[in-house]
Write a protein that binds this ligand. Structure first.
Ligand code: GLN
Length: 232
């Protein structure tokens, strides 16, 4: 047979609880938009991968230290991150939004956060945004490793608000989580697949090529429809 590349299996990190992008289903399987996009792109491009739900900040660290080859985790493409990572073309539009308990009518703007406590997830753009306005509006921060515990802290009343990605927060609220949104999301956020800077260029190229193909053949829309239905 002709010389063939070793059949490399790429290790891809993801978040633990970030529905509808990645979440553990009742059968213990990981499901979601990111999971299905990666799978469809891998099939289209003919590469093998193994998905590792490490948590968001743990996956960032694993990628930066080359313990994993890539990351798909509803990860926002930001100028700061572009110094450490190479991103694919954007595949989903997002934005940070503030959520409060559905029984809380006292917080309808950032001004109302004075003297309050805000829950954030470590290493996220939501945490970075909260930090960027913390001094101006005078609130405390509670930091969590994952989104489920961050929401729980608001539901129990320990934190007054949480900063989370709009599509994820809206999906959770639609699924019955007792939180609500009182403001529009911050604009200008897009998700991308990431590799460590200067590493795995071939994987990044395959992701981009596969993304073009699954957009063209309808698979991308099918995946969005599966998880977002009429809201997409
Ligand atoms: N989009 C946000 C970020 O990149 C949150 C991602 C996540 O929590 N999985 O920081």
């Amino acid at each position: 047979a002709a010389a063939q590349e070793t059949n490399k299996t790429y290790i891809i990190g993801t978040d633990v609880t970030f529905a509808p992008f990645e979440y553990k289903d009742v059968d213990g399987e990981y499901k979601g938009i990111d999971v299905d996009l990666l799978d469809a792109i891998a099939k289209d491009q003919g590469f093998n991968y193994e998905l590792r739900p490490l948590g968001f900040s743990a996956a960032l660290q694993a990628l930066e230290s080359n313990q994993i080859d890539g990351m798909i985790a509803g990860m926002s493409i930001t100028p700061e991150r572009q110094e450490s990572f190479d991103f694919s073309d954007p595949y989903f539009e997002s934005g940070v939004v503030m959520a409060v308990s559905e029984t809380n009518d006292g917080i309808t703007s950032y001004e109302d956060l004075e003297g309050k406590t805000v829950a954030v997830k470590v290493g996220t753009t939501g945490a970075a945004f909260a930090e960027s306005i913390q001094e101006e509006f005078g609130f405390e921060l509670n930091t969590f490793e994952d989104s489920a515990n961050m929401y729980e802290d608001v539901l129990t009343g320990n934190s007054d608000a949480a900063f989370e990605d709009y599509p994820v927060m809206a999906y959770a609220i639609q699924s019955g989580l007792g939180l609500k949104l009182t403001m529009d999301p911050e604009p200008g956020d897009n998700y991308g697949f990431a590799v460590n800077k200067g590493q795995n260029a071939e994987l990044l190229e395959m992701f981009n090529n596969g993304l073009i193909n699954i957009r063209a053949n309808g698979t991308y829309d099918e995946i969005m429809d599966t998880y977002l239905g009429d809201t997409s």
